[in-house]
Design a protein around this ligand. Structure first.
Ligand code: NDP
Length: 487
């Protein structure tokens, strides 16, 4: 394994806010550095926004809501959304390279998942808004009853760093489809693709003021969530931040949609197709450096195949190439930032203190170059171990044996989280019975990460509030007025 210097396939950009259809700098003149986690080099400077810039962005969004955008026929808005998707695909190589520079993830992953699916989000909602009818219509003897969907208003979109453009567009596409205007805040460590996206929206025909972007830190997000003229907040990030946002949004009763943390179980029964299971478990453990909310980082294996599973799984995991994200052979890139790397490394120390055994990994790599952690498989930890219970969000998984369906179900549900789960079994009755009892918003049976944009996405318990996807997104991004018309 080796890490080489990141190939500068694209010039990194300095990141400015985008307010009322123009790139602008902060009134204070304050900026901060954007660091490449794969090399520790400075990529550029980012404008630091505060209350002043957020207020300017909200005012622009409010004005645009009352303008052309609010009254534009759905067909025309749909054409604009389609064009945004097309432009993202046209600029895929550039956007993918910027995403990789910002996040440290392998370039092939940025291309095939992050940017491709970002375009898909716009294409999906471009179709959706013209294909799906308006609300139901009912007539009785004395009246006609029907409902009208309206945009919810000015929406704050606050996003994390792990899938920066993909998760932003996941919110932006339905928000625009429904006729809202937005103020977006990307993570401070991954500001570049959102900056380009703002201009793409204008190039596609989105009127000025509809899409606004303010860069900054947590306080910048807080200025959005507490702003009295923001109607709704769609947030993806940590559970603890979701809780802070709920408090900040309470005085103005904002509508909230939360996609939060997870500690997702991957449950493998002895009757599963083991080769298939291991191939997918490798992805659900280590793809994107384990920095995916859906990663199955708690692995439970039926005892009769436990040893065989561990041997084959560890052998495959050892083969994963760690290093330069621009190398096409790299499977695991750099952790997103020094802060996050330090957090993940602290869990390796916790695992040692808790008496865990590192089957593979447990160490960092290329410390002088960037923030790399070896894929790590930990065994011999009890169910109360912090590594088994807490979200690590890195290439670190725990594996625990189980003897019965009842025993594993109890362990699977013994958590505050409830985002997703994977279940591996060829017994259809067990698949139906077990998946119905798992306390999670999404359950995959004999697969992982497959997504149909029409289906509900989201978590229960401390993993989220509400659902995104198809009609579920449209429910969040619209208000309903019911009309009763007396005959
Ligand atoms: P954070 O919660 O730290 O940050 C998310 C966003 O919120 C960032 O833009 C951040 O700004 C901003 N923010 C921070 N504090 C506040 C505040 N008080 N008010 C408003 N905004 C604020 O999450 P991470 O970026 O660390 O992302 C990782 C987390 O996201 C993990 O827990 C992961 O599970 C979760 N996630 C969930 C998904 C899901 O679908 N359920 C999908 C992907 C990730 P800044 O960056 O400047 O701190």
């Amino acid at each position: 394994m080796q890490v080489t210097r990141t190939t500068p396939v694209v010039k990194p950009i300095d990141c400015e806010h985008y307010i009322n259809g123009k790139y602008v700098q902060s009134n204070s003149g304050e900026t901060f550095e954007n660091i490449n986690p794969a090399t520790k080099e400075v990529l550029g400077r980012v404008q630091l926004g505060g209350k002043v810039e957020v207020d300017q962005a909200v005012k622009a969004a409010r004005k645009a809501l009352k303008g052309e955008w609010g009254t534009m026929p759905a067909k025309k808005r749909s054409q604009i959304l389609r064009k945004i998707g097309d432009l993202i695909l046209e600029r895929l190589p550039e956007l993918a390279a910027l995403e990789t520079l910002d996040t440290g993830k392998p370039l092939w992953l940025s291309k095939s998942v992050d940017i491709d699916r970002a375009a898909n989000n716009f294409h999906f909602f471009a179709d959706y808004m013209t294909a799906v009818g308006n609300e139901s219509y009912q007539q009785d003897d004395i009246a006609i009853h029907y409902s009208v969907r309206k945009p919810v208003g000015v929406v704050g979109l606050i996003n994390p760093w792990n899938l920066p453009l993909l998760l932003l567009t996941w919110k932006l596409a339905p928000a625009l489809a429904a006729g809202n205007t937005v103020v977006m805040k990307p993570s401070e460590v991954t500001p570049m693709t959102a900056t380009v996206l703002a201009q793409i929206c204008t190039d596609a025909g989105v009127p000025e003021g509809v899409v606004n972007l303010v860069h900054g830190m947590g306080e910048t997000g807080a200025a959005i969530t507490s702003h009295e003229d923001v109607d709704a907040i769609a947030f993806t990030g940590e559970t603890i931040t979701g809780s802070a946002i709920m408090k900040a949004a309470a005085p103005t009763l904002k509508k909230l949609s939360f996609e939060l943390g997870g500690k997702n179980p991957n449950i493998i029964f002895a009757d599963a197709d083991l080769d298939d299971t291991i191939e997918t478990t490798l992805k659900s453990s280590f793809i994107n450096q384990g920095e995916v909310c859906l990663c199955g980082s708690r692995i439970y294996v039926e005892r009769s195949i436990y040893d065989e599973f561990l041997e084959k799984f560890a052998a495959k995991a050892k083969e994963l190439k760690v290093g330069d994200p621009f190398n096409p052979d790299t499977k695991v890139g750099a952790m997103v930032s020094e802060e996050h790397y330090t957090k993940v490394v602290s869990y390796l120390d916790i695992a040692k203190e808790e008496g865990g055994t590192f089957l593979i990994g447990g160490n960092t790599l290329f410390e002088d170059k960037g923030f790399y952690i070896m894929p790590t498989i930990i065994t011999d930890l009890g169910k109360d171990s912090r590594c088994v219970r807490e979200e690590i969000f890195g290439p670190v998984v725990t594996v625990v044996p189980f003897d019965s369906e009842e025993e594993v179900l109890e362990q699977v549900n013994d958590t505050h989280y409830g985002l997703s789960a994977s279940l591996w079994t060829t017994n259809v009755k067990r698949a139906a019975r077990f998946s119905a009892q798992i306390e999670a918003g999404m359950v995959w049976v004999n697969t992982w990460f497959l997504r149909d944009l029409r289906t509900p996405f989201g978590g229960m318990k401390h993993s989220g509030l509400g659902r995104e996807g198809g009609a579920h997104s449209m429910d969040f991004y619209t208000e309903l007025t019911n009309v009763t018309l007396k005959l």
